[in-house]
Write a protein that binds this ligand. Structure first.
Ligand SMILES: [Zn+2]
Length: 153
């Protein structure tokens, strides 16, 4: 019997356990070994498996969405985006699957940043608030796949 509640699209992102041997992501060259995706030397023998971060980016199935809305973006956009990129690099040290998947510049004063997993969107939002003040709102909704983080100033 089919379980109609089963969300087939959730599975691929959670099932990293099923790769027994060593896998390498063909996109970003992360190596799956010892139960984790790591930034390490690519071994001689491996199977190619898209890592959860690249899979999410490819499917546009993001875990976090960060909305930035501020007049500050008109004058400090590159400074703010630099901060965002630095935070992303720091996050990757502890977990290389935490990544920015897309950045959309909606208006002069509005940018949307999509992250592979929710943690990065919230930590980016907090870093921006620490640096530039303003209001930060974090919304987790039970039925939504992504956390939504709003920064306004
Ligand atoms: Zn990858």
């Amino acid at each position: 019997m089919k379980n109609i509640l089963y969300k087939s699209n959730e599975r691929p992102y959670l099932s990293s356990k099923k790769h027994k041997g060593v896998a390498v992501c063909p996109e970003c060259k992360l190596v799956f070994t010892g139960g984790k995706w790591k930034r390490t030397e690519v071994p001689e023998e491996y199977t190619e498996v898209l890592c959860p971060a690249c899979r999410r980016i490819k499917d546009k199935y993001f875990g976090g969405i960060l909305y930035l809305k501020s007049e500050l973006l008109k004058t400090k956009k590159s400074e703010i985006l630099n901060l965002v990129k630095n935070r992303e690099e720091m996050a990757q040290i502890s977990n290389p699957l935490r990544r920015i998947g897309a950045i959309e510049e909606k208006q002069d004063d509005e940018i949307v940043i999509y992250t592979t997993f929710e943690h990065l969107a919230t930590s980016l939002g907090k870093a921006i608030k620490r640096a530039y003040k303003g209001e930060l709102t974090i919304q987790y909704k039970e039925n939504e796949k992504a956390v939504r983080v709003y920064w306004e100033k």
